[in-house]
Design a protein around this ligand. Structure first.
Ligand SMILES: Cc1ncc(COP(=O)(O)O)c(C=O)c1O
Length: 348
């Protein structure tokens, strides 16, 4: 499982991690009940823990980040509303258009800086039905992504997050954070989740990415928001029965896999620096703030770049015609980094 000197080095995503032996022990030891009937103690404990960590009143365990975001959008909006998103946001790019199908919302897209929206751009994107002779949809929700995946895994600074809250409040918009990798942002910026989320109405956090749990996300917000979210989760079929086995993995991940994210960030940085030093790679080193590196080899297609690394036993993901992405995680050791750096050095 661990990408050491022999096995393949799987850098396609931080979603490829497998539960460690200790996490499997925690899963085995979990007390479980029927969470749809409301009596799984491990799920309840995890929800309370994540709510407290985020400075929110309540939380809800979800099967995936996509469902957590979809339910959040649905619980914050009405059909015909508009949501404000950065152009590269996961909710817009990679969630199957769920915001349109499930919530009946349109989207106002904002051009950002490496996936991050400026408060002034958010303000300009907000349209309201009132005063428009009924021409406009009602923007009722602003979503940011932190870290911003397609931005390169970058983090919002606290001032920008706080200023977007001001914009939302001034315009009667709810505020949601797609925090699939919020703990990476927390570690990279040395900011607690509760401080980062001050003023925000909801957040979704994935346990199954850098944190290494096999399944699960948590959606947090106010008690009334979570009550609405609970109903939408039910309608989408996201109620899970003896889900304590999954929540136990999430609990273990919060105990043991948060502080170590700095190691993932340092390894991503080391590989990115090796690429820059080599000279034939195009990449934005300023965007390498957490566990991702988006890169291209000059004159090569993304398939050629992917093939070069695959021949060295290293798996990366193609992103578009020219760019690939690598993501560090729990199983990427210093030995794996050395293998990647060796493969970098053999690029002509
Ligand atoms: C920023 C972001 N949000 C949401 C998700 C969705 O998570 P899931 O794959 O659990 O549905 C992802 C998945 O990679 C993501 O990167």
């Amino acid at each position: 499982m661990v990408s050491d000197g022999r096995s393949r080095v799987d850098l396609r995503s931080d979603t490829v991690t497998q539960p460690t032996d200790q996490m499997r022990d925690a899963i085995r030891a979990a007390s479980v009940g029927d969470d749809v009937l409301g009596d799984d103690p491990t799920v309840q404990a995890l929800e309370e823990r994540v709510a407290a960590m985020c400075g929110m009143e309540a939380a809800l365990f979800m099967p995936s980040g996509t469902m957590a975001n979809t339910v959040a959008v649905r619980a914050h909006t009405q059909p015909g509303d508009e949501i404000v998103l950065e152009r590269e946001a996961h909710i817009y790019q990679y969630e199957g258009g769920g915001f349109a199908a499930i919530s009946g919302c349109s989207v106002a897209l904002v051009d950002g800086d490496r996936g991050r929206m400026q408060p002034s751009s958010v303000a300009s994107a907000i349209r309201k039905a009132a005063g428009s002779l009924g021409h406009y949809p009602d923007a009722t929700l602003i979503c940011v992504e932190n870290t911003a995946n397609r931005g390169g895994g970058v983090c919002y600074d606290q001032g920008t997050l706080d200023a977007i809250v001001e914009v939302g409040r001034a315009n009667g918009c709810a505020l949601h954070v797609d925090g699939a990798r919020l703990m990476n942002a927390a570690v990279a910026t040395s900011t607690s989740p509760s401080r980062m989320l001050e003023g925000w109405d909801s957040v979704s956090i994935c346990l199954s990415k850098g944190l290494g749990a096999p399944v699960g996300s948590v959606l947090a917000g106010s008690t009334s928001f979570i009550a609405r979210a609970h109903r939408w989760r039910k309608m989408l079929g996201g109620g899970m029965r003896q889900a304590g086995v999954l929540a136990a993995a999430g609990w273990y991940a919060l105990d043991h896999h948060v502080d170590r994210l700095v190691e993932d960030h340092a390894r991503a940085r080391s590989m990115a620096e090796a690429m820059v030093k080599h000279g034939s790679f195009d990449l934005d080193l300023e965007a390498v703030q957490t566990n991702m590196v988006y890169f291209a080899v000059q004159g090569w297609t993304a398939e050629q770049t992917q093939g070069h690394f695959a021949n060295a036993g290293i798996d990366v993901l193609t992103i578009d015609d020219t760019r690939c992405r690598l993501v560090t995680h729990l199983h990427i050791t210093d030995g794996a980094v050395a293998r990647v750096e060796a493969a970098v050095s053999t690029v002509p």
